[in-house]
Write a protein that binds this ligand. Structure first.
Ligand SMILES: [Zn+2]
Length: 98
């Protein structure tokens, strides 16, 4: 028996929540390259915190008609990432949430 350790991370796991927060404006603008955009999209399916954040950002962009520039301070980003971690409970069962 042998373990395959050379595999790439599963889609969505190659990026961290921190990176998603940093990339979200480019993602929503379509400014990311295909690979990065696919990673972010995959991450959003796995991470409710990031998905919610992106939805809020998308709504903000629609309201403003543009991507808000430098809306998030570094402290705010760190705060978000911590909040996301808090959302990830050890129990992987998912409640129905449409
Ligand atoms: Zn995330």
């Amino acid at each position: 028996m042998g373990l395959v350790t050379d595999e790439h991370p599963a889609p969505g796991l190659a990026v961290t929540c921190q990176e998603v927060v940093e990339l979200v404006t480019d993602y929503l603008e379509g400014a990311l390259d295909e690979d990065s955009a696919a990673e972010v999209a995959a991450h959003l399916r796995l991470c409710g915190g990031c998905a919610e954040y992106v939805e809020q950002m998308r709504a903000t962009i629609r309201a403003l008609g543009q991507v808000p520039v430098a809306t998030l301070s570094e402290a705010a980003q760190a705060d978000l990432v911590q909040a996301f971690r808090d959302l990830r409970r050890p129990d992987q069962s998912r409640q129905g949430d449409g």
